[in-house]
Ligand binder design. Sequence first.
Ligand SMILES: C[S@@+](CC[C@H](N)C(=O)[O-])C[C@H]1O[C@@H](n2cnc3c(N)ncnc32)[C@H](O)[C@@H]1O
Length: 242
Amino acid sequence: MIRKLLDKLVPRDYCCLEKQVIELNSFEELKKVFGWLHDPILDRPDIHDFDYVEDVNERRLRDAESLATVIRNVQPEVALEIGTADGMGTVLMSANAPSSSIYTVNISPDEILAGKGGRLTTVALEREKIGSAYRARELSNITQVYANTATWSPDIGTIDVAFIDGCHDTKFVYNDTRKVLRHMRPGGFVLWHDFNPLLSEKFPWIGSVCRGVDKLCRDGSICGRIFLIRDSWVGIYRVPFR
Ligand SMILES: C[S@@+](CC[C@H](N)C(=O)[O-])C[C@H]1O[C@@H](n2cnc3c(N)ncnc32)[C@H](O)[C@@H]1O
């Protein structure tokens, strides 16, 4: 009976995620887990939009709460976003930590067109579109990096918070995370977007991200809990203190 319930909640191929993912009811519970005091600043214009029926449940709001609660409470010296797109996630990060140095990495359209990117969520945005939302606000704590994470190595000092939201192929999620982990401050946070084991059968790119994270759990690259606010698509992992 319990086995059947678990299989419904977490598909069987994610043998490690089953043990490691803890679902929370709200960002208030996330604050409780880490003893944090501050509510997120939800400055992202698209948080009430939805693209799918599965999104109508305020998923974008839950995503924004997940990222913003971490950033607002950690106040990272250095934060990294992999996958800038139009830069609305970067705006949210900046609003919650205006004194941080935020680096955001996006593959250039030329590299994508030359076939050097991956497959999932590898849209070739025009160069001027990449980061356009934060540029429109003239935010001064953001550095744009145009690079393909397949060949880029972080060279931005010790990273306090990393938001991994670039190519969603399992191989990229796995490799991007492994690279980032080498530069993370112990006690820092790694977040993956499009992570939600309950939706991995519905959305191929979510399944692909979950497989990458599961592989990281299986080979011991990450150990310990991954928190997921209910209905969000963001996995939250604290790098262990040594
Ligand atoms: C889902 S979007 C990012 C959304 C953004 N983080 C936000 O919150 O609004 C994914 C982005 O990753 C970029 N990307 C895909 N493959 C990449 C790669 N190999 N290296 C760097 N960026 C990549 C895509 O061009 C796209 O702009």
